[in-house]
Design a protein around this ligand. Sequence first.
Ligand code: C2E
Ligand code: MG
Ligand code: MG
Ligand code: MG
Length: 287
Amino acid sequence: QAKARGRNCYQFFNPELRDRAAKRYAVEADLARALERRQLRLEYQPLFSLHDQHVVGAEALIRWDHPDRGIVSPVEFIGIAEDRGLIVSIGTWVLHEACRQLAEWSARRNPALPALTMAVNVSSRQLSAPDFAGVVKDVLDRHRLAPTQLCLELTETAQLLDMTEARDALADLARLGVHIALDDFGTGYSSLAHLMQFPANVLKIDRSFVNQLETEGRGREIVAAVTATGHVLGMTVVAEGVETTGQLERLIALGCEQGQGYLLARPLRPDVLAALLELGSESGPPR
Ligand code: C2E
Ligand code: MG
Ligand code: MG
Ligand code: MG
């Protein structure tokens, strides 16, 4: 078969690469149908206010229930979805589903409590797709959510800066009042330069720094500096990956407002989070 495909197939003589390519091909084909087959679902990791430990919102995290492979992590398939042009349709579904869920929870929540927020991860391909800001506005209107209840989390900020469409979409979203978070801050391609150029109001410190809070070395100072930087810029600072009480205490001492992590709660199925939020019945109390 390699012969039929010609010389360019020399890489398939390496069995490891061949297996990886075959696996990727199978995943791609399955992913193209995952949405219509209803194999995608969202889990929600609660976001806590650190000073009083209340749940202030949640981050939607996609899961793929594959019939043979079991639960596939987004780390494995989001990149493929981006490469194969599937991320826009998947991302639009995520946005709709997360907002639908937030509206449902909000209707069941005691109206005297502050409004819950929903954080949704967005890839740069989505932001540069035609009329992304318009799609977001439609979703918010449909579910009667305030723009400030939605936070869009961006990771590949370096790529975004080169895309005019994405910059325009971000400016429109900021005008709309949607919150913008710089996710995984401090790693990869997100840097101080991007803080200057993005209309972001939330800074999420990557968990690789939070991990270093209790170890010897500069971890604590780095987190302190990043938190102070966010505050100087008027941003809300969120710590990712809080796993120990020691980390939690240090984050509180540093003035970090919000946190997420296995210590506080793992990503949860929607019914489990609803129970944690002590929401009323589906129909909601009379108001
Ligand atoms: P992220 O946005 O930085 O999300 C945080 C990741 O850290 C999640 O992994 C979460 O389960 C994990 N996490 C939370 N607390 C802890 C902790 O205390 N310790 C450790 N070790 N991990 C923790 P997950 O769900 O596997 O998602 C991985 C990444 O996939 C996300 O990173 C995000 O970049 C991407 N992703 C997830 N859902 C979506 C989506 O709907 N759309 C897009 N474009 N990307 C998504
Ligand atoms: Mg995120
Ligand atoms: Mg993150
Ligand atoms: Mg991360």
